[in-house]
Design a protein around this ligand. Structure first.
Ligand SMILES: NC(=O)c1ccc[n+]([C@@H]2O[C@H](COP(=O)([O-])OP(=O)(O)OC[C@H]3O[C@@H](n4cnc5c(N)ncnc54)[C@H](O)[C@@H]3O)[C@@H](O)[C@H]2O)c1
Ligand SMILES: O[C@H]1[C@H](O)[C@@H](O)[C@H](O)[C@@H](O)[C@H]1O
Length: 341
């Protein structure tokens, strides 16, 4: 029997996830959609799916087993709380929510429910290259990690919709999360430096250099550039005691022509992480079909809001901004494994 899913938010990533849920993956059906722009929901709805006027009606519909939230960050809290109240598994795109207080409210609701229901959309954890990098690190063959370098470059970002704080509270969350996951460590402080601005970025603070201080003493250095024009360029390199481990260049056809010998660069996140999103949903479908969630947790979403807030404070202060966390609820310490198909 397939999992019947309702999708809230049918913009760029909502449409991409509807495509993978209907055309790529098995064991799942998209039976419902909603968007505040009804016309967008109607044109994105797969054949036979019902278009709901409100997220609440979609969440509570008895034909919907599980929900995928792809609306804007500020709308996530209300939608997540409604999913938890209905006892339905939910995949929520990053950012989980947009403040630490809001993340705590969602955690409290999930803890009170007594079982994990929420998976956050940190897709890098499902990418085969990042998984291999972690396997090498965890083998201990290179000794202890000392530093990690994370490069996050977007060709461009949507003008008007992507605002000045977003390199730090929208884009950086991926580098923060993957660093925590790779190093199995928490971030305790954040520093930010703002170099010469790119003239392509209008009013944006772009690029930015961020230093994430991990509790083990490892320092993660992150470059965020969101208007590099040439493509979507994601890099990662771990410096360990006796060697270096890095993400490989992505395989792509080698073209030889009048411009030289070259390989294409992905245009955006859809292309670079296409297999990672597929795997992320494969694992989500397996867990949601069992009435629960695995993968990135509400706790992971909470910590990324703390990093974003500290990074925004660090831009103003020019100093190392410390991160204070609440105690981690036991629900998020247990390792749950549900086999993907
Ligand atoms: N994991 C990733 O790599 C990745 C990539 C892109 C976007 N995202 C995240 O996905 C979310 C959506 O991003 P996008 O690029 O698709 O944006 P988008 O603007 O293209 O689409 C968002 C859609 O949500 C709808 N919406 C907004 N508020 C709503 C509400 N309250 N109820 C119902 N619908 C609502 C909008 O009308 C719009 O159609 C964001 O949180 C973004 O950060 C994640
Ligand atoms: O919402 C997107 C998405 O999360 C991408 O993965 C990231 O590279 C972009 O910078 C961000 O704006």
């Amino acid at each position: 029997m397939s999992l019947k899913v309702g999708v809230i938010g049918t913009g760029m990533i909502g449409q991409d996830h509807i495509r993978r849920l209907t055309q790529v993956l098995s064991g799942v059906e998209v039976v419902a959609v909603n968007d505040i722009a009804m016309d967008r929901a109607e044109s994105a709805a797969p054949a036979g799916a019902k278009v709901f006027e409100t997220p609440q009606e979609l969440i509570n519909d008895e034909n919907v087993d599980a929900i995928v939230i792809c609306s804007w960050g500020p709308a996530h809290e209300e939608q997540l709380l409604a999913c938890i109240a209905a006892g339905k598994p939910v995949f929520c795109e990053k950012p989980l929510v947009t403040s630490a207080e809001s993340a705590i409210r969602v955690m409290e609701a999930e803890v009170a429910y007594g079982k994990r229901l929420v998976q956050v959309g940190f897709m890098r954890r499902f990418d085969a290259d990042y998984r291999r990098l972690k396997t090498v690190l965890d083998s201990g063959a290179l000794g202890a990690p000392l530093m990690y370098k994370s490069v996050h470059r977007n060709a461009s970002v949507p003008e008007g919709l992507y605002t000045s704080d977003m390199p730090l509270n929208d884009t950086l969350v991926h580098d923060a999360d993957i660093s925590r996951w790779l190093l199995d460590d928490e971030i305790t402080g954040v520093e930010v430096r703002v170099p010469r601005r790119s003239t392509r970025g209008n009013d944006l603070r772009d690029p930015v250099m961020v230093m994430l201080h991990m509790s083990s003493g490892v320092i993660v250095d992150v470059e965020i550039s969101v208007n590099v024009a040439y493509g979507y360029d994601i890099r990662g390199e771990l410096s360990c005691e006796t060697g270096i481990a890095a993400l490989p260049n992505r395989p792509a056809t080698v073209i030889t022509d009048q411009f030289g010998i070259r390989q294409a660069i992905p245009e955006d996140w859809r292309e670079r992480f296409i297999e990672a999103y597929d795997q992320e949903f494969r694992e989500w479908i397996a867990a949601a079909s069992a009435g629960t969630a695995t993968g990135p947790t509400t706790w992971d979403g909470y910590t990324s809001t703390l990093v974003a807030d500290a990074a925004l404070r660090a831009v103003d202060s020019g100093k190392l901004e410390k991160i204070e966390m609440i105690e981690k609820p036991a629900l998020y310490s247990a390792v749950e494994k549900i086999a993907a198909e």
